[in-house]
Design a protein around this ligand. Structure first.
Ligand SMILES: NC(=O)c1ccc[n+]([C@@H]2O[C@H](COP(=O)([O-])OP(=O)(O)OC[C@H]3O[C@@H](n4cnc5c(N)ncnc54)[C@H](O)[C@@H]3O)[C@@H](O)[C@H]2O)c1
Length: 254
């Protein structure tokens, strides 16, 4: 058991990588609070996971600052100061109806603002509200779920790429400022992971091409990401901070 008595907050824990991480963290002894805007999936996730331990769901749109503040206040009042904050939630280009893969010239300001507000500002707000208490407690691990899009350029997903690049930079900045408070800050950069987010994009020529160029030759699973998140959450990574770790089957290594 690597997370006994730890409190973990996981945004976007109702689905995909966040859900797999919630499951693994619970198995490793953590109490888990899932924060997600999808009430139906969030309630179902907490109910499904509750046989493994303390799993709670809080509904919250990370794109709405007042909702984030209310969710964080509730977490602190009802559960205490988190040991682990996994800023995992995000929206991407696979919500094709709202955010199609288009050139920057066709990207609307509304789409740009939505993606930056949820993927980048939402993670900033969660970290600001909960991080202050983690600083007082003098301990903690903060993990951002970025993307290899934050490391290498990808075509026609400019807003998403900018939001993930922002998380990569924020990881290093926060590692610099929070290290003296015994808080580690790292980011995971997933490649193509088999989750509902990717499903509508699986047929895209770009995704197919990227898969063919992946040394391990397969999509990642949510559990692949959960394993790395567990490492970063646990004391096995006690001397690791400021790192952006690709979990992508080797895609950006070649
Ligand atoms: N799937 C991939 O190929 C891939 C690749 C690189 C990075 N990522 C990143 O991994 C993270 C997890 O995505 P996933 O693949 O598990 O997808 P997913 O769609 O299965 O899960 C994302 C979760 O985030 C939640 N969410 C989205 N917007 C929210 C908001 N405004 N407020 C609260 N919750 C919100 C969704 O409801 C969902 O439960 C995301 O940040 C994504 O950008 C995914």
């Amino acid at each position: 058991m690597q997370l006994t008595n730890k409190l973990a907050v996981i945004t976007g824990g109702a689905s995909g990588q966040g859900l797999a991480s919630a499951r693994l963290f619970l198995r490793e002894g953590a109490r888990v609070v899932i924060v997600d805007w999808n009430a139906e999936k969030g309630e179902a996730a907490a109910a499904e996971l509750s046989h493994l331990g303390s799993a709670t769901f809080i509904v919250c749109d990370l794109g709405d600052a007042s909702q984030v503040e209310a969710a964080c206040s509730r977490i602190l009042a009802e559960h205490g100061v988190p040991d682990i904050l996994f800023n995992n939630a995000g929206i991407g280009y696979s919500e094709t109806a709202r955010y199609p893969m288009v050139s920057i010239f066709e990207t609307t300001l509304e789409a740009w603002n939505d993606i930056i507000r949820i993927n980048l500002t939402g993670a900033f707000l969660m970290t600001r509200f909960l991080g202050r208490e983690m600083v007082d407690a003098k301990r903690g691990s903060i993990i951002f779920n970025a993307s290899i899009a934050g490391i290498v350029g990808q075509k026609n997903i400019d807003a998403y790429t900018a939001s993930k690049g922002g998380l990569v930079a924020l990881t290093r900045a926060l590692a610099a400022s929070l290290g003296e408070h015994n808080i580690r800050v790292n980011a995971i950069a997933p490649g193509a992971i088999d989750t509902p987010m990717l499903a509508p994009a699986l047929g895209n020529a770009g995704v197919v091409q990227r898969l063919e160029a992946t040394p391990l030759g397969r999509l990642g699973t949510p559990e692949d990401i959960a394993g790395l998140a567990l490492f970063l959450a646990s004391d096995h990574s006690a001397f690791v901070t400021g790192q952006i770790i690709a979990c992508d089957g080797g895609r950006v290594a070649i």
